[in-house]
Design a protein around this ligand. Sequence first.
Ligand SMILES: *Cc1c(COP(=O)(O)O)cnc(C)c1O
Length: 367
Amino acid sequence: MSIPVSEAGAVLTIDLGALARNWQALAALGPGAECGAVVKADAYGLGIEQAGPALAKAGCRTFFVAHLSEARRLRAAVPSATIYVLNGLFGEALETYAALDIRPVLGSREDVERFAAFCETIGRRLPAAVHVDTGMNRLGLDLAEAALLAEPGTAALAFEPALLMSHFACADEPGHPLTTRQIDRFAQMRGLFPGVPGSLANSAGCTLASARHDLLRPGVALYGARFVAGREPLEPVVRLEAPIVQVRGVRAGDTVGYGAAWTAPRPSRIAVLSVGYADGYLRQAGSTDRKTGAPVRVNGVICPLAGRVSMDLIAVDVTNAGAVEAGGMATLIGDGIGLDDVAEAAGTIGYEILTSLGRRYHRRYVD
Ligand SMILES: *Cc1c(COP(=O)(O)O)cnc(C)c1O
């Protein structure tokens, strides 16, 4: 349900070929392990109905989402997928797991007991992942709870533990001591569940041999954002362009936009683009007299934002960009401007830029 280009503000182009190549590059990092894909939050904002089939075509068989509603959408888009739901058990909708062949990731003792009881009720030993905590302190059983579960004769027997998983807190910072501790703890936890496949690696973890285990779980790296500090991201997947709706001259000392936060240091030409924070182009990416905002490419030239990001519009100082006219397009992400450049200007991370990308764009999927 993409908005026609003639009626939209900006244009978001999503390169499914680059997505597939990024998955293949991550899979190649761990030739002994299966490579899955995390497609939670609508495939990090890029569209689960498009990203799911593109990844499946590239060879991906196992997918992770956050919500049961996302699993339902993915099941419709990729009927053969193995699908895990990360956010714990959706206990009011237990029949859905059985009906749609979706696997919960059990993240607490309550989850385990409830799912085991459900399996007993329906008389089927359904598969599920068991999430153990190794230092994130978010979801997952602790060591004592995991040990209890591993004892013969416990509730575990009522369902099939198809995967043992845990999640890194700092693998994106090379050499962080918590990562080593998590790797050690996970190895210890795996000892409790012999024969059950293990999964520990998020995108950053894919780069660490001792973190790969049986199944890789990359997310953000697939979508072209930075996943390890100081390491180049994989291929860009997202391109964001906005039409120039007007170009105007301002005098030195004139201010531009809300709050009069940016003052022209010289006579300037200002291009007004049809994109704003309601499109997920974050307000924090704007510029003021004290802070340079995100870069925008106009006429092939990198230009700075002029003033705050409005809900539906931004202004760009195109004084150095030659002849700029209304009706042309400017590039906000792409052409050498990375997702991470925008994230950095906004004081956030590529993940948040991706998942904020709005629903108002004309979306173009290319291969
Ligand atoms: C989001 C998530 C991932 C993927 O993380 P990236 O850093 O995007 O690669 C993997 N595992 C779990 C449990 C997650 O929540």
